[in-house]
Design a protein around this ligand. Structure first.
Ligand SMILES: [Zn+2]
Length: 145
């Protein structure tokens, strides 16, 4: 049993509930549009002048909309393991919000294991660790896996 402290690789983007983690998004108080990553200053809905947002836990399940092999390092603020190894990313349409969220797919699942429309759930997986801390990030896992 590891006694290392587990910390989010990116602060404030998801809950650290090991069994049922949620991504943390924001919802416009005026028009109800959801955002991930969180939107803070103004609503991107052209028909809305909202400037206030509440933090919400987003659905932790959804369906694959598309997926690909990422053979390049992702741009900031996405964090990759170091040393960098290619991984699979999936765009998943969240159950309730109907918004698409990109994320890595858990280690060991390849492009050939995935199908559009497949049910996915959010999990936490260690990205990298040092002697005291494990940095974790959110990943998509096929519900059937
Ligand atoms: Zn709005």
């Amino acid at each position: 049993m590891s006694t290392k402290k587990r910390e989010p690789a990116i602060e404030g983007w998801f809950t650290m509930d090991e069994d049922k983690p949620h991504l943390l998004g924001s919802k416009c108080c005026d028009c109800g549009t959801f955002y991930f990553p969180k939107q803070k200053n103004f609503c991107k809905n052209p028909a809305c002048e909202g400037e206030e947002f509440s933090e919400v836990k987003l659905s932790r399940t959804g369906k694959i909309w598309s997926f690909t092999n990422a053979c390049y390092k992702p741009p900031e603020p996405f964090v990759a393991a170091d040393p960098y190894v290619p991984y699979t990313i999936a765009a998943v349409e969240l159950e309730a919000e109907k918004m698409t969220v990109l994320g890595q797919v858990i280690t060991g699942v390849n492009v050939s294991d995935l199908k559009a429309g497949m049910e996915m759930e959010l999990v936490l997986e260690t990205l990298h660790e040092d002697d005291e801390t494990e940095k974790v990030t959110w990943k998509w896992k096929p519900v059937s896996a």
